[in-house]
Design a protein. Structure first.
Lengths: 579, 319, 359
């Protein structure tokens, strides 16, 4: 008994010591709150940034106090110079550099518009993470965590009202379980059907298969800082030594294609230049011998066992590649599966000594989303970046006109082909499935399903996706599951067409660029109401954008504070934190 | 309504005709006889025997190499259903008793070779856990004092975690892979054996014959090995047999979650995990590995049960 | 008795402390970090640097441990990194589901396992015995996820359009909501820690909640959704309970007092039920406590297969996403529950069996 007491006492002493030390600095991880007066709707104030540009006074009879957010100057590295509400229904975006992809980016869900008062009152976090207020055809009714999200139709919607009065979004991580639900009739639509179930769905008269044409690419990456991949001849040998058609035929669902370029051809300028090498194992072996490896070499294939449209069966493809490398080139590769987070961290930093399997799905319909992210100067994924490639890309990203930029992208693609940082293998096709009785189904390359257009035949639409949303404040989220959930409620200035990557006006009736696409003037739609009854106007646009793009805005809090797409698509936050 | 032949069990052993045999009655002989009388244990033993034979003679039984990809070698499709010539499949098609898997490999061969992995998994994890656990538990029980306290508290901590979650965490730290999964399962199983051995040691330590030995001047360590540990052996054997069963299941669960055996290893759990989404389109790929796991684990469970019943002296009156 | 309880609780403290330490260390040892887990292919170095700073992940590890310990001792479980919500709230939403599922599975296991064990013992070494025991062992030998998928297929697809149809996943049919009982009765409660948390916790037990609000549609729906997962989950404890009951009954049937009862000429059934049964059940009580650990582990797989939002599943997801506060706090809660249940079982055993003296 005495012994036990001694042990207990000593442990309690240790515990209290740790508490004393640990208790003091408490939760000092939150940034000190920035004190500003909350800007309100009518007596609107300006954003408290360094050099707030004064809203140009107009000769209009009623002066509208427009909000604005601006950067001190264009040296901060980002694309946006300022966003100003010049009058009640006009917003002007001043850019530091020309951006021909402006509309394509603006239509992306993270740039959705919510009421400025609501953003203020929630401080950009808390309630706004689970209850977005937008202008869309559905109102968020409730989120039963872990189970489902319920929407009800918004009767004051500015456009066509939703067909189904209630919509329910559910989720299930197992493809087999989702299909089971569909077959038993408890859901109307499921996303991400397993490739092997495609046949089951198409042969079932009660179901319909919906192919999802989202552009994506799967590639076999190599890191040029790890020998023998520093030798361009080795990389080129690998480029020729893989039978990519066989991989696509056996491990991808029908409709998938072999990738002849890194970027899918549905994206303008994606397929300029020469197509990829043909499969030529003899030439490949000869080249490898010339490079000094007549009997191949030993290496590893790294991958993560996560389903993605560009790689639906990672384990199977990894083993297939292992077999092919051995049979065609004599390369003895060990298959190494890594945990997803670790894999991303290591591959991104260029630490993997060997091959890695990765891919990319398009965020917005522009070639810069594919080429610039991967082969830009700053990316370390493939080792040392290739100036032969990124110099062309830097030049081309300045040019707005597709036809004018085409020869530059041809040069870039040819450089990719010559340097072989990776071997593009496939453009995967994904599919969703629905009950045959579901009307209004559309195959959308960009953007999520528009629930408002779907007609289940009764008054409740049930959709099942593959995971739960992380939060419903999409400015700060990147996963498709959150974006789908937000998109039904919150709208953006422009939207994507139902059947292509072209953009159509949504909350803005037009956004006109100036000659060199550095100034975009957006005229907003009038008479639009938010779900809480307030009116939509220019300040709501500025407030929504400011919370995302301005790192010193008091509402720049969100869920994790990453606001990934604001930083990535516009190159930097305004007033970024000093590094 | 029970029948009256229950009465026959309570005939004292002395009237047991077998006991009147001239052969001496030994403890192990009685145990053996009790064991072989238990029909369910016989079933278990039979299945296990079959399993061991399959594992040893796998190269002879399996028509293909388990990692051989058959694209281009035969005219077959991915995940093709089984083709058994005896059951009517046309003879011009190559025979695949359990069909083909997602990488176009013969599943029957993989299931056959998988028996090796399952047996290895079961035996290595349990051996590791027994070695570590028995040492710790035995020393704890024997030495007592602060050592006993600390070791048992550590065991409590390990036991308080749901075993699968702890194994998942350990594998997440070490990285996915069969060896790491075995280590994780082994670590998670240690407390059970430590406790068993400690309990036996504590019980035997106080017994008369041990006190007698000690009074006669026997060295402590020889006491431990000669008197105490053999008594711990029986519950350890039972626990170990059952432990093999749960180790195989845990390994299958880890592989199902993607954390255990990695491709192209033909381990049953990993085969189940890879194909679990094909349960409706290619049920043969989910059914056969699952059946194999079930039969193997069943065998060990029945065996363990039989051993426990046979070795438990309190059930001595039950034949 | 009181002394025993106090001593056991005090002894549990270092165990819990150890669990906290082990969880923290294990969690941080997992390579990768929440940022790359969240952003995937999109992760960039700068974004992750800011991320780490915001969540205090760039501070020295011992400082983080100290902060965490301090918070736990004050009852503050922290906020989930992934969802920016208090972990306590997530716990309140998820725990009732797992408890309902485990309880139902345990009840089923007892209902089937105990009679099976008794029958097997009474008719021991007959065909019935062998069949029952092999059957029980089959239950314990099947991978739970395999069984779950097979059963889902059977009841949801094969038996579709029959009265035996059962839904394959989820807690309630889409469109049905289980209105919390405090909302139903119009109680005004302010959201936030305190009463609200307690009421939320209680109302997430859908079965309890629907009974209290007399909403029998939801009650029936909730139960039908629980049947398949509970069946899949119960096979393991059922087999263990059946085996335990069988050997315990066998042992008791050999006892002197049973022989006396028989010698007195009592009918076999009375001998079994009145004299043997109660004593035989004692070891089964211990098994119940042990089964709960197995139930929680099996719950991860069952919750995955049946898309149920329970504790096991979210712990698994948190490990994948490196959501340290959730991993640490949930594990502590589960482990504490486990320790508490074991204590209760020991107490119950001592209470039921007068021969056991609590020392």
């Amino acid at each position: 008994m005495k012994r036990n007491l001694f042990v207990l006492l000593s442990l309690l002493v240790i515990a209290s010591v740790l508490t004393a030390c640990g208790g003091a600095p408490a939760t000092a991880t939150e940034a000190p709150p920035v004190v500003t007066e909350p800007p309100t709707e009518e007596p609107a104030t300006e954003e408290p940034t360094e050099a707030a540009t004064e809203a140009p006074a107009t000769e209009a009879p009623s002066t509208y106090e427009g909000m604005s957010v601006a950067a001190e100057n264009c040296d901060y590295g980002g694309k946006i110079s300022s966003i100003e509400a010049t009058d009640q229904f006009t917003v002007v975006f001043n850019l530091c550099k020309p951006d021909p992809a402006f509309l394509a980016k603006v239509a992306f869900t993270p740039f959705g518009i919510q009421p400025s008062e609501y953003i203020e009152s929630t401080g950009g976090t808390g309630e706004i993470l689970e209850r977005p207020i937008g202008t869309g055809p559905y109102v968020l009714e409730s989120w039963a965590r872990g189970d489902s999200i319920t929407y009800t139709r918004f009767d004051d919607y500015w456009g066509e009202p939703a067909i189904a009065e209630t919509a329910v979004l559910r989720w299930g991580t197992e493809g087999a379980a989702r299909l089971l639900e569909l077959q038993s009739g408890t859901v109307d639509l499921i996303t991400n059907v397993s490739p092997d179930d495609f046949e089951t769905v198409s042969s079932d008269p009660n179901l319909q298969l919906i192919t999802d044409p989202n552009p994506n690419v799967f590639y076999l990456g190599m890191t040029n800082t790890h020998p023998p991949f520093d030798n361009p001849m080795v990389r080129q040998a690998v480029a020729m030594g893989i039978d990519r058609q066989r991989i696509v035929d056996n491990f991808y669902p029908a409709g998938s294609e072999v990738a002849q370029y890194f970027t899918p051809c549905s994206i303008p300028n994606g397929c300029e230049g020469d197509p990829w090498y043909d499969f030529d194992p003899e030439a490949a072996r000869a080249l490898l011998a010339e490079a000094g490896f007549p009997d191949g070499f030993e290496t590893s294939i790294y991958y993560r066992d996560v389903f993605r449209v560009y790689l639906p069966e990672p384990g199977l493809v990894a083993v297939e590649l292992q077999t092919q490398l051995r049979d065609n080139l004599g390369i003895d590769a060990e298959v190494v599966v890594m945990e997803s987070g670790e894999f991303i961290a290591e591959s991104g930093a260029g630490n993997l000594a060997g091959f890695h399997l990765l891919g990319w799905g398009a965020d917005y319909p522009h070639v810069t989303n594919f080429l610039d992210f991967h082969f830009g100067e700053a990316n370390t994924q493939f080792g040392n970046s290739y100036p032969e490639i990124y110099e062309h890309l830097q030049e081309a990203s300045q040019i707005g006109d597709v036809a004018e930029a085409a020869p530059l992208y041809a040069n870039a693609n040819n450089a990719v082909r010559e340097q072989v940082p990776m071997v593009p293998i496939a453009h995967g096709v994904s599919a969703d499935a629905a009950l045959a009785s579901l009307q209004g189904v559309h195959e959308r390359p960009f953007g999520a399903y528009v629930f408002a257009l779907l007609d289940p035949g009764d008054d409740t639409l049930v959709v099942m996706q593959n995971a739960e949303p992380i939060s419903l404040y999409c400015a700060d989220e990147t996963d498709g599951e959150s974006l789908t959930a937000c998109q039904q409620v919150v709208e953006t200035l422009y939207d994507y067409e139902l059947d292509s990557g072209e953009t159509v006006p949504e909350l803005a009736t037009s956004c006109e660029p100036n000659e060199d696409t550095t100034v975009w003037t957006c005229t907003l739609r009038e008479g639009v109401k938010f779900h809480d009854g307030s009116d939509f106007d220019a300040n709501d646009v500025v407030a929504s954008w400011a919370a995302g793009i301005d790192a010193e805005n008091p509402n720049h809090v969100g869920n994790t504070g990453t606001f990934f797409y604001y930083e990535y698509l516009w190159d930097s936050f305004i007033n970024p934190a000093p590094q | 309504m029970t029948t009256l032949n229950q009465q026959s069990e309570f005939v004292p052993t002395i009237l047991d005709p077998e006991a009147l045999d001239s052969r001496p009655i030994t403890l192990w002989g009685l145990v053996r006889r009790r064991f072989f009388r238990r029909k369910s244990a016989m079933v278990g033993l039979g299945i296990l025997g079959l399993l061991i034979l399959t594992a040893i003679f796998a190269p002879a039984i399996a028509p293909y190499h388990p990692e051989q990809v058959l694209i281009g070698v035969e005219q077959v499709r991915k995940r093709q259903a089984p083709c058994i010539h005896l059951l009517g499949c046309p003879t011009d098609q190559p025979q695949h008793l359990m069909g083909l898997d997602g990488n176009v490999r013969d599943q029957f061969s993989r299931v056959v070779y998988g028996s090796r992995f399952s047996l290895i998994i079961g035996f290595t994890t349990v051996t590791f856990a027994i070695l570590v656990g028995a040492t710790l538990g035995g020393l704890a029980g024997f030495l007592g004092g602060w050592f006993d306290d600390i070791v048992m508290r550590i065991m409590d901590v390990l036991l308080a975690f749901p075993s699968l979650l702890l194994a998942i965490a350990i594998v997440a730290v070490l990285g996915p892979g069969l060896i790491n999964a075995l280590l994780a399962i082994g670590i998670v199983s240690i407390p059970a054996y430590a406790r068993v051995v400690r309990a036996s040691v504590l019980m035997v330590k106080e017994m008369d014959y041990v006190s007698a030995s000690r009074a006669l001047g026997a060295a402590p360590l020889s006491l431990l090995y000669n008197r105490i540990l053999p008594n711990a052996l029986t519950p350890l054997i039972v626990q170990g047999t059952l432990g093999i069963a749960s180790a195989i299941l845990d390994a299958a669960a880890l592989s199902f979650l993607g954390l255990g055996a990695q491709p192209p290893t033909p381990e049953w759990g990993s085969m189940l995990g890879t194909e679990r989404n094909q349960v409706f389109t290619a049920p043969h790929l989910v059914f056969y590995p699952g059946l194999a796991i079930m039969l193997t684990v069943l065998a060990f469970n029945l065996l363990g049960d039989g051993l426990r019943d046979a070795l438990d002296p309190r059930l001595a009156h039950v034949s | 008795m009181l002394q025993y309880i106090t001593r056991r609780i005090l002894l549990a403290v270092p165990v819990l402390f150890g669990i906290l330490l082990v969880t923290f260390i294990l969690g941080r040892l997992i390579p990768g970090d929440p940022c790359t887990a969240a952003l995937g292919e999109h992760a960039t170095a700068e974004a992750c640097e800011r991320f780490a700073k915001e969540f205090g992940l760039d501070q020295p590890i011992l400082v983080q441990l100290g902060i965490y310990m301090g918070n736990i001792l004050r009852g503050d479980f922290g906020e989930s990194i992934r969802y920016s919500r208090p972990v306590t709230l997530i716990l309140i939403e998820r725990l009732p589901m797992t408890i309902e599922l485990s309880t139902l599975a345990l009840i089923l296991a007892l209902l089937i396992g105990i009679p099976a064990g008794i029958i097997a013992a009474v008719r021991h070494n007959s065909a019935t015995d062998v069949v029952t025991m092999v059957g029980a062992n089959v239950g314990v030998s099947m991978p739970v996820f395999w069984l779950g998928l097979m059963m889902a297929y059977l009841f949801a697809i094969v038996l579709k359009d029959t009265p035996f149809w059962l839904p394959p996943s989820g807690r309630l049919t889409a469109g049905l909501t289980a209105t919390p009982f405090y909302e139903h009765y119009g109680w005004q409660v302010e959201p936030g820690p305190g009463w609200f948390y307690l009421l939320e916790f209680l109302s997430n037990f859908y079965i309890f909640n629907s009974i209290v609000t007399f909403n029998f549609t939801v009650l029936k729906d909730a139960i039908t959704h629980l049947i398949l997962p509970a069946l899949a989950l119960c096979t393991i404890p059922m087999a263990i309970i059946a085996r335990m009951t069988r050997s315990s009954v066998l042992e008791v049937l050999g006892m002197d007092y049973v022989r006396t009862a028989r010698a007195k000429g009592l009918r076999e059934r009375i001998v079994v039920i009145k004299h043997a049964f109660r004593n035989a059940l004692l070891p089964v009580v211990t098994v119940i406590g042990l089964s709960l650990g197995g139930l929680l582990g099996g719950a991860v797989l069952t919750e995955t297969v049946f898309s149920l939002a329970g504790v096991g599943r979210i712990l698994f997801e948190a490990i994948t996403a490196r959501d340290y506060p959730v991993i640490q706090s949930f594990t502590i809660v589960i482990a504490t529950g486990y320790v508490a249940i074991n204590l209760l079982v020991d107490l119950a055993y001592a209470y039921l069996d007068p021969r056991i003296r609590l020392t």
